[in-house]
Ligand binder design. Structure first.
Ligand SMILES: Cc1ncc(COP(=O)(O)O)c(C=O)c1O
Length: 387
């Protein structure tokens, strides 16, 4: 390895170690007390991330997308700092009601909310909803027209981890018809929402979307329809395997475009990953080892059916941090179930690990435990909250 390459590797290692919420010493103490595996959740980190994004998007109302992690301690930590919340179901709204959040302040962005869910949410005072087609609009409007509407637009994105315009979102042309239909039905239509794709690596798609929305708003204005809200969704990235620029830096082009195209407009955002992503560290232990086809395999006590569920559902790779500094060789890290798909990381350089060695994984807060299962009867990883 060249000198510069070694230096880069070293700085990267430091960068990711700094994202850990516990040291190896603390992790060992926690395992003694609570067992392994464990997810350590930091309330402070949740609050810091929310506030950092709020600073990076001044004048934007930031709704936390609780689908990324709805642990009650995260919801309470965010409530303490006056955060707003975004939901996708009646079940999520109920969790918020439980901690004293008012339904009228909560956004529901599920474009295919069932009639039963819509009625339940509406009955407790929720009013902000999203559709992306006329038939869903008619379905809701047949129940009541007393609600505030955003129309979801589609902006496909290849430069992100999860393209969220594959399944939802109208074209600009379709949106025009939905908005006009909403006006005719007497529904209070305020504007549009979009999601540029989760873990978006560039701001290109936000800028493209903002330009298209400006054009749409202008065209509708000519027809006498004035819109006042634009919801720029989520997508703000966290560092998983590569360092990233600061969120201030990332959002700069978005801030500029908003100021240029939408002065005075109500702007909302629905970040999930950016708020919860760095707020959890996974502690997992080597529970078995073997040489398979000449390569060391290590079997952990957590895997893709549990906290690493984001390997499947979120298409995510994580940084694996180990304590030993011995020479590393090409290895495989696998989970504890009998499924061959339960592989956490292939082609990973690891030192010679022993049974009982601990591995730490930063940035395990978003789309991890939320989509974990009890496959094989294994308990979902216990979550320990620190301040
Ligand atoms: C409608 C909607 N809003 C917000 C989010 C949160 O996105 P992210 O975690 O990329 O910030 C999602 C993620 O699936 C979503 O579907």
């Amino acid at each position: 390895m060249k000198k510069q390459e070694m230096k880069n590797n070293h700085t990267q290692k430091d960068y990711f170690r700094k994202l850990l919420l516990v040291s190896f010493e603390e992790a060992k103490r926690l395992i003694k007390k609570h067992g392994s595996p464990l997810l350590v959740l930091s309330r402070k980190k949740v609050q810091e991330s929310y506030q950092a994004l709020q600073r990076a998007l001044p004048n934007v109302r930031v709704f936390y997308a609780m689908k990324s992690n709805s642990h009650p301690d995260i919801l309470k930590a965010l409530k303490e700092i006056g955060a707003d919340f975004e939901t996708a179901s009646w079940a999520e709204l109920k969790m918020l009601l439980k901690i004293g959040i008012l339904a009228k302040d909560v956004l529901n962005t599920q474009p295919f909310l069932s009639e039963a869910d819509f009625k339940s949410c509406h009955e407790v005072g929720q009013r902000s909803f999203v559709v992306d087609n006329v038939s869903q609009l008619n379905r809701l409007a047949a129940i009541t027209t007393d609600f505030d509407l955003l129309v979801r637009l589609s902006f496909p994105n290849r430069n992100c981890q999860v393209d969220l315009s594959y399944k939802f979102g109208a074209t600009v042309k379709e949106a025009k018809n939905i908005i006009k239909a909403a006006v005719v039905r007497g529904v209070r239509v305020h504007g549009v929402s979009f999601h540029v794709g989760s873990q978006s690596y560039s701001t290109k798609n936000y800028l493209k979307a903002l330009k298209a929305v400006r054009k749409l708003f202008d065209e509708l204005q000519h027809e006498g329809i004035i819109l006042d809200t634009i919801d720029i969704g989520g997508g703000f990235p966290v560092p998983y395997t590569e360092p990233l620029p600061s969120i201030e830096h990332f959002t700069l082009p978005i801030r500029r475009k908003l100021a240029e195209l939408f002065p005075g407009m109500k702007v909302w955002a629905e970040p999930g990953r950016f708020v919860s992503g760095l707020a959890q560290t996974l502690i997992t232990t080597v529970n078995g080892k073997n040489i398979r086809r000449g390569i060391p395999w290590y079997y952990l006590d957590d895997g893709v059916y549990n906290s690493f569920s984001g390997r499947f559902y979120d298409h995510c790779s994580y940084k694996i941090i180990f304590e030993k500094t011995d020479t590393a060789v090409q290895s495989v890290l696998a989970g504890p179930t009998c499924d061959s798909a339960d592989v956490v990381s292939e082609n990973i350089s690891l030192p010679d690990l022993e049974i009982g060695d601990i591995i730490l994984v930063p940035a395990m807060g978003a789309y991890t435990n939320i989509s974990a299962t009890n496959y094989h009867g294994f308990e979902k990883t216990k979550i320990i909250t620190i301040d």
